[in-house]
Design a protein around this ligand. Sequence first.
Ligand SMILES: [Zn+2]
Length: 230
Amino acid sequence: MPAIWNNLLHLFFPRLCLLCKEPLTQKEKQLCQGCLHNLPYTCFYETGNNLLFQRLMGKVLVEHATAFLYYVKRGTTQQLVFSLKYYGNKELAYLLGRLMALAFRDTPLCSTADVLIPVPLHRKRERKRGYNQAEKLCRGIASVWDLPVDTTSLYRLLKTDTQTKRGLYDRWFNMQDVFAVKDAEALQDKHVILVDDVVTSGSTACSCAEALLTAVPGIRVSVFALTVVA
Ligand SMILES: [Zn+2]
């Protein structure tokens, strides 16, 4: 589109910042500089010693665990996550993935990673939502870290499957969150980065990590979350 039309469009239909609703400049996407600056960053660049790592430690053997932002109820991060989850905002998911990747580019998480795996959605939910927000985050991260994204090796078992697998897992793991692995050889000896949008108790991330560690010889698993509940 010629620049003049772009400018006119922008004049009559300004794109607004998702958070403060002020018009964005042409260079800004989704969020204005001010709102971006004020997000509740965790600064968990020490990927082996932070609140999330400590939460997972003792439940599952992860290599690193870190999160980009604090999840604040009724705060800006909740608005962002709702936009990903309930408003299908794929561009935001991709953008946040890129921001996460840029912020953690100089950490051991990045320098040792081999492949990104999004926490799989329930298939029904993914159909309904049209996309998996964790996968879009991965695509954003992958574009900066130059890594492959694997969306097939780790999958959720159907509810009926989970009934039969019961007992294999600790009761601590939620019944909804039982995962399995296919093509385990492809992940052998790899360092896998599990990506999710929100980590609360960490039970979903632990279930994923547990499934991967059990099925794949020599695998190492880390967790990289967009947000963590403090
Ligand atoms: Zn703003």
